[in-house]
Design a binder for this molecule. Structure first.
Ligand SMILES: Nc1ncnc2c1ncn2[C@@H]1O[C@H](COP(=O)(O)OP(=O)(O)OP(=O)(O)O)[C@@H](O)[C@H]1O
Length: 699
């Protein structure tokens, strides 16, 4: 492990998907480091210590003008704060020299006192006071540094955020979407770079001042200083650092990528998987019981399987893996060099016959000093809530108490305002109606009239604040959340695709059958996604957005074109259109139906990305598959659906304006009739008939 192979990896199954597009043998060499592959230009790999040291030096020389400009910009932001902070940081470094000086004086005074049998109390007191002053000044400077640092940090971050924003705004769309121009910089990188650069330079100042002090104080003088420098210099030269070398690193280890994908499902962006009734944005009733992510990750032990498949292959940071030496020779040499000053000192005796080594008892003595870390080049960079109802014991009923295939929903004087809502009016006001089990309901109304909010109450994303919502005759809060969710399926336009295979993305609707290809293919067909699966080389096993592990470093546009090309290929993800994504998500809902537990289907405008025919077909299949279940559709293109509806609820400004069948409401010539006439023109009878013909033809 960790040792450069110097050869291209042998062709393995795992390699096929991501194999670089150029001939590795000519352009670069591949190192295998744990789960990582690192591509390095040939000439870099073949260079020895001198070449590596030269590279290190060159990169410092190259970076100098940029660093100078960078510091200049920060200085301009606030000269006073900048200078003050640098001085305070500097104190932290020189303080040790002062303490060293004061301690040395104190020890000498005591030594002389002991020799003469008459201690100089006044000199000892002075030295002690000097040391006390040093310690006090250090405490004050530490406090002042912590006080001032956030002030400058804020200015630096805002300044660089402004720069980044301007740079992003200047990009036209094609350039912005190009992998090479995607900015990975963050304003906080600027501050941490500033801190790292300050720390490294000031450490150098501190180290030099300590060595200068020692060289003046000790009889060994400059020779001792030189010897003390051997270890840091040796470590600096022999250190294996990847960040200075132009390289591309990526992982194509299937188990590692699988683990990364499964871990990413814990991210908040994947919270809303509404096929199980888990809707959006951190609403108070989000329930994680039996959610499909958990099922996939824990119940079927997929995560553990991937972890076992990783075996002993290490997956740590690639740069750390690279720095691991293949032999301990360099460490041995460094330790020997570290012992040199002590050995040297043993050879030097003071004029009075005492040994310098005695002074090593002081923690700031040279022998300790030479163990100072070298100036590491890396220093330059640095850079559920379960509700009571989901877990509580007070609500223990399951909404399957009634034999019906559908769910009965009744609202009695329900009013609801979103928590923290700024609007003057509540989202829903004094709403009462009853949806008998097995009804097909279409909710219509203008934007913001409260249609989606009604669905959020049916699925208990939120609790009613006034009034009662009854499910199968019982207040909704009487049910265990997990049981309620299990009987509901929702389909909205906010669904996400997970970084899993297409088959798994559909299979998640019924996680226990996530490997059931036949069932998944049926669901894909119902969701209109079957053709899409055939489109890809790997069919249903295609992962649309695999975990991207690839990154490049120190790549020069002209010199390292081959490496840049590889990086571009590695960063490329397969994309699908909005409508295709919608079909995949719809397929997941059809998979959900296969659990045979669904009593309520809520469809909230899932079809904005679908063409009229796609929408028509989707609604028709949902209507047929959901036969007997309670189905609630929210849609602006309701022309063909309302004719099948048992109940149409027409909303306006948070209130139910009209309620009835299509025929009743049209005869009333009110709000619904007006909406119908307007939208019917957009979704014409001609389109419906095209949809109908193709629908029956396809089936
Ligand atoms: N999460 C939220 N927080 C605060 N207010 C919200 C939230 N969601 C919706 N609202 C507000 O509640 C009201 C009803 O919104 P809702 O989404 O139910 O309307 P809608 O009829 O579905 O609209 P559309 O046809 O545009 O989807 C609106 O005034 C909206 O601004």
């Amino acid at each position: 492990m960790g040792a450069p192979s110097g050869k291209s990896p042998k062709s393995t199954n795992e390699k096929d998907a991501l194999s670089p597009p150029v001939d590795e043998t000519d352009a670069f060499t591949t190192l295998n480091l744990g789960v990582w592959r690192v591509l390095l230009p040939k000439e870099i790999v073949s260079g020895g210590v001198i070449s590596t040291t030269k590279q290190k030096w060159n990169s410092i020389v190259l970076a100098y003008p940029v660093v100078r400009k960078f510091f200049g910009q920060i200085y301009q932001l606030s000269p006073q704060l900048f200078v003050l902070l640098i001085l305070l940081k500097l104190w932290g470094e020189v303080e040790s020299v002062l303490v060293l000086y004061v301690s040395d004086r104190l020890l000498r005074i005591i030594e002389v006192g002991l020799t003469e049998g008459r201690p100089d109390v006044s000199a000892i007191t002075q030295a002690l006071i000097a040391r006390l002053i040093c310690v006090t000044v250090t405490a004050v400077t530490n406090w002042a540094r912590e006080y001032i640092s956030p002030m400058l940090e804020d200015r630096v971050q805002l300044h660089f955020e402004d720069h980044l924003l301007q740079a992003k705004l200047r990009l036209d769309m094609p350039t912005a979407e190009d992998g090479n121009s995607r900015s990975k910089a963050h304003a906080y990188d600027a501050w941490s770079a500033f801190n790292s650069l300050c720390a490294a330079s000031l450490r150098l100042v501190g180290l030099l001042s300590q060595l200068a002090f020692i060289s003046r104080q000790r009889s060994a003088g400059p020779l001792f200083t030189l010897i003390a420098m051997v270890r840091p210099m040796l470590t600096l030269v022999s250190e294996r650092t990847l960040w200075l070398k132009p390289h591309v690193a990526y992982s194509d280890h299937p188990a590692y990528l699988r683990l990364q994908s499964l871990e990413s499902m814990g991210q908040s962006r994947f919270r809303e998987i509404s096929s199980l009734g888990i809707l959006q944005d951190g609403s108070p009733q989000v329930c994680y019981d039996r959610n499909p992510r958990a099922t996939l990750i824990s119940d079927i032990a997929e995560y553990h399987r991937a972890r076992d498949a990783l075996g002993n292959t290490v997956s740590q940071n690639v740069w750390s893996l690279y720095s691991i030496e293949s032999t301990p020779i360099n460490q041995i040499l460094a330790e020997w060099a570290g012992a040199l000053p002590t050995v040297t000192l043993l050879g030097y005796q003071r004029d009075d016959g005492t040994s310098e080594v005695l002074d090593d008892l002081d923690s700031n003595s040279p022998a300790v000093l030479v163990k100072f870390e070298p100036l590491a080049p890396d220093a330059f960079l640095g850079f559920f809530r379960g509700t009571k109802s989901s877990t509580g014991t007070w609500n223990t009923r399951a909404p399957t108490s009634k034999k019906s295939k559908g769910m009965e929903i009744e609202l009695r004087n329900v009013s609801f305002a979103y928590p923290g809502e700024k609007s003057k009016e509540a989202a829903l006001r004094d709403i009462s109606f009853r949806i008998p089990a097995g009804s097909l309901v279409v909710i219509v109304g203008a934007n913001g009239s409260g249609k989606s909010t009604l669905i959020k109450l049916f699925t208990r994303m939120y609790d009613t604040q006034q009034g009662t919502l009854l499910v199968d005759g019982l207040p909704i809060s009487e049910y265990r959340m997990a049981d309620l969710r299990r009987t509901q399926a929702t389909l909205t336009q906010d669904h996400k695709l997970y970084p899993l295979t297409l088959a798994e993305n559909i299979g998640l609707g019924y996680a226990e059958h996530v490997k059931d290809t036949e069932m998944i293919m049926e669901a894909a067909k119902d969701g209109g996604a079957a053709e899409l699966l055939e489109k890809f080389k790997d069919g249903a096993e295609t992962t649309l957005e695999p975990m991207t592990t690839a990154f490049g470093y120190q790549l020069d546009d002209d010199k390292h074109k081959a490496l840049k090309d590889v990086l571009t290929k590695l960063e490329k993800t397969t994309e699908v259109s909005g409508g295709e994504k919608q079909r995949l998500v719809a397929a997941r809902t059809f998979m959900r139906f296969k659990t045979k537990k669904i009593k309520l289907l809520c469809v909230d405008e899932p079809s904005s990305a679908l063409d009229p025919r796609g929408e028509f077909e989707l609604f028709e299949r949902l209507r047929q598959t959901g036969e007997g279940k309670t189905m609630v559709f929210v849609t602006h293109r309701f022309g063909h659906l309302t004719k099948h509806a048992d109940i149409i609820i027409c909303m306006k400004e948070g209130k139910v304006m009209e309620l009835g069948t299509h025929k009743d409401l049209m005869a009333r010539e009110g709000e619904y009739a007006s909406l119908y006439n307007v939208q019917a023109q957009a979704f014409t009878e001609a389109e419906v008939s095209i949809g109908l013909v193709s629908f029956y033809f396809v089936r």
